[in-house]
Ligand binder design. Sequence first.
Ligand code: NDP
Length: 315
Amino acid sequence: RKGSVIITGASSGLGLATAKALAETGKWHVIMACRDFLKAERAAKSAGMSKENYTIMHLDLASLDSVRQFVDSYKRSGRPLDVLVCNAAVYQPTAKEPSFTAEGFELSVGINHLGHFLLSRLLLDDLKQSDYPSKRLIIVGSITGNTNTLAGNVPPKANLGDLRGLTGGLNGLNSSTMIDGGEFDGAKAYKDSKVCNMLTMQEFHRRFHEETGITFASLYPGCIATTGLFREHIPLFRLLFPPFQKYITKGFVSEEEAGKRLAQVVSDPSLMKSGVYWSWNKDSASFENQLSAEASDQEKARKIWELSEKLVGLA
Ligand code: NDP
């Protein structure tokens, strides 16, 4: 049978390119989990994906009710689940004020981390039950959360501190909107959320890999400077960022190439190792990358797991 893969945020950028790459193999049925049905349908059509290779399902990660409804409909569809890709994200580098999810969490950590945390916890059993030769849970990471790299050292740096803001619920009422308890900073909130993504992947690996045989992985696909992620940045930045990445840092990858990389992490038999953060070198060969001290801190990973369980109503 075909493999079944759910990709969140498959209506643009990396998610769409990955959906297209997998659909084209004819070996995968892609469930595009998107907040905007029409946009996703148009995107799939213009990418040339053929109808029998994908299904669009509604998912708004800014609402935990929507996450639960998505999981219910998926379970009712009777489809097996072989791979889950947590890809969707928002980035608000120019926001002066925080915005919030339906439950009142600061939006970037709410969507990028908490929504995906609940989604993957609720779908873990379905992955466990899959009889596919290699079942995987992939959470897209980022270099910006790794302060052991040049790009990860561009201020504001990710820093989760003692987690006092997350402990308080990130709601701006009786707690800060930032995980470390500091002043709101949209760029930092994104980077912090990506550190949470990478810590969550490793915590999943420690808790569930041996028992379930599921491969847990994260990745940095390269700098895809052309995606919608930068839509809220100032126009001059959007103009100069792609050539800067292409000619100066040489970290630029096209959406198509990045999609192929993520598709490898989904399906390539040589990328089956669990607990790994994958990156690619200049020749587009994959390798197991090192994470920064904070993004591999086991004690922090455990605390974030437990606090997130409380915030999303699992504990
Ligand atoms: P895009 O903005 O192009 O794609 C983000 C996707 O997430 C869109 O499909 C968007 O939906 C979706 N999304 C946003 N909010 C929600 C929500 N509340 N519920 C459901 N879906 C939502 O960005 P990229 O393709 O660049 O980003 C994809 C991933 O790649 C992210 O995890 C990002 O952190 C990561 N990444 C990107 C890099 C880059 O250089 N671009 C580098 C490293 C990692 P909609 O279409 O409706 O807006």
